[in-house]
Design a protein around this ligand. Structure first.
Ligand SMILES: [Zn+2]
Length: 389
């Protein structure tokens, strides 16, 4: 029962909450707004609203709108250089997981010398400690997926080394987060699916991790049931505000799961794919691997009770075997039209699956250490092979 609980983020949750941002005590006077280069935050008016809120709070700002999907180390370094040049004293991350994660990494590099990979603790990273406190971060999420607004984690790729790793410290928890489901009404159906399943896997994996705590268990089971109940409705009618609101809550709870437990090796296996194939959305990669992945866990009988509890949370009160969870997962994928995703559609090369398995094991050993059971190299190859279509 021994555990540490630490989530220092103040969260403004609910419909219309973006309108209250200016009433908050913001952590600085000059913001770097970090967002994507895509049109959606502009066309939907979200960027203009954030700018108005900052002005109403008496803040000035500079815009850095160069973040891409699966953001790269070079984007972090460019954003941090701008933050320093413009003497920004806090960062506002606006958008989905990519800009908010990038804003955390920019916050680190705005106050620390050298290169971002100097501080990376995995793979070819130099594993230096982050000595200076990162700039404070305000996260405004427009998607229900990564939960990054309620956790310290940031996932960044390195095009030079072909790596993609998570990183986080206490100083990369946002100090303030806005989770306003009205900002999520415009997410297209396919991305609603990918992001919703990403949140689901954060909770499923956090519930299975061998470092799960009594608090992460409560958060995870609640998030799992909210997603099973609401994701199909959010996919088929994006304007369904109740479904969006429940998905937003599930997303934030899943972020809290990541703060109190951890993702396991399903995420490590996926990061190899979307790290290499930039067009593959992270959530889509997870969906492709998930059935074979959880079947492998079920086969090992190391987490039977937990798999049954997950099946119950997904809406099967009579669940009595790990296979009931697999059935519930497949059913949700079918209900969301997510059961036909193919690796070959994203150009993933079947002949490289063994190499991917070795890379995941070598570069992301930390994720395998929190698995409920040992997954061998052969197990990982099996999961990729079985998932390949
Ligand atoms: Zn994820």
């Amino acid at each position: 029962m021994n555990f540490t609980y630490y989530i220092p983020t103040r969260i403004l949750f609910g419909r219309g909450q973006l309108n209250n941002l200016h009433k908050e005590e913001l952590p600085g006077r000059r913001a770097l707004i970090v967002t994507t280069g895509g049109r959606s935050v502009v066309d939907n008016g979200y960027l203009a609203r954030v700018e108005e809120e900052l002005k109403a709070a008496g803040c000035t700002y500079v815009l850095f709108n160069k973040i891409t999907a699966n953001p790269d180390r070079s984007e972090v370094m460019a954003g941090a250089a701008l933050a320093r040049e413009e003497k920004c004293d806090f960062i506002v991350g606006l958008g989905g997981g990519s800009p908010i994660d990038a804003s955390k990494s920019i916050a680190i590099m705005a106050t620390n010398p050298g290169d971002y990979w100097d501080y990376m603790q995995r793979g070819s990273g130099k594993k230096k400690p982050v000595k200076e406190k990162p700039l404070p971060i305000v996260a405004i999420t427009t998607t229900a997926g990564t939960g990054t607004e309620a956790d310290p984690w940031t996932v960044i790729s390195n095009a030079e080394t072909g790596e993609k790793f998570g990183f986080g410290i206490d100083g990369t928890f946002p100090v303030l987060a806005v989770v306003d489901p009205e900002l999520m009404l415009t997410v297209p159906p396919a991305y609603t699916v990918y992001q919703g399943f990403d949140a689901l896997f954060h909770s499923l994996e956090g519930y299975l991790a061998n470092i799960a705590t009594p608090i992460s268990d409560i958060l995870a089971l609640k998030a799992i049931s909210l997603i099973a109940e609401n994701l199909p409705a959010a996919v088929f009618d994006g304007k369904d505000i109740v479904a969006r609101e429940n998905m937003a809550l599930a997303n934030t709870l899943s972020g809290m799961v990541e703060s109190t437990s951890a993702c396991i090796s399903e995420h490590a296996l996926e990061h190899v794919l979307s790290g290499e194939y930039k067009k593959l959305p992270h959530g889509a990669g997870l969906i492709m691997l998930s059935v074979a992945y959880f079947e492998k866990i079920a086969e090992k009988h190391c987490a039977d009770e937990r798999l049954i509890a997950m099946a119950k949370a997904m809406g099967n009160p009579k669940a009595s075997a790990p296979s009931d969870f697999i059935a519930a997962l497949k059913k949700l994928q079918e209900a969301c039209g997510a059961d036909k995703l193919k690796m070959s559609d994203y150009g993933i090369d079947r002949s490289r699956l063994k190499e991917f398995a070795a890379t995941a094991k070598n570069q992301n050993a930390a994720s395998f250490r929190v698995d409920p059971c040992d997954l061998t190299l052969k197990d990982c190859i099996d999961i990729y092979e079985k998932s390949y279509r």
